[in-house]
Design a protein around this ligand. Structure first.
Ligand code: PRE
Length: 135
């Protein structure tokens, strides 16, 4: 089980000794921003999945289908435009959204099965379900 990054070594690298110290120092400086951004992404995704968990319970409770293609089309078009404005590849933005939504739909389906079986729709994590490819 991970430990919230307490043992994270920000200088872990396979490049140590292969470049001049100044180059590695600059690399480490830039990597500290990457590490902050990655942490923010994890927290943002956690909040998004908390929200979709509530949507999943609502949908299952009221017999609504897990996927809403009309909503997805609007999301894709909005995120592609936002990506273009932010100089991010819109194709990447669309793939990233599709990747997340696929996972959300899997969760919605699991919630629906759980509620049909008399549960409360509590989430089961990938790790608990044993389908994690952790190293
Ligand atoms: O808004 C919904 O209806 C959701 O279930 C959430 C969500 C999403 O992750 O944004 C996921 C599946 C739907 O097809 C559309 C959107």
């Amino acid at each position: 089980m991970e430990n919230s990054g307490q043992s994270f070594d920000p200088h872990a690298s396979s490049l140590s000794g292969t470049a001049q110290p100044e180059v590695l120092e600059e690399l480490y400086r830039v990597r500290s921003s990457i590490d902050n951004i990655d942490a923010a992404l994890i927290h943002l995704l956690a909040e998004r999945f908390k929200a979709t968990q509530r949507v999943g319970v609502l949908k299952a409770t009221h017999s609504l289908p897990p996927a809403d293609p009309g909503r997805e089309a609007a999301q894709i078009s909005r995120l592609r435009a936002l990506a273009r404005d932010a100089q991010l590849d819109p194709v990447f933005a669309e793939k990233f959204l599709a990747f997340i939504i696929d996972e959300v739909i899997r969760h919605h389906e699991a919630i629906s099965e759980n509620i049909k079986a008399g549960g409360d729709g509590s989430p089961v994590s990938g790790e608990d379900a044993g389908d994690e490819t952790d190293d």
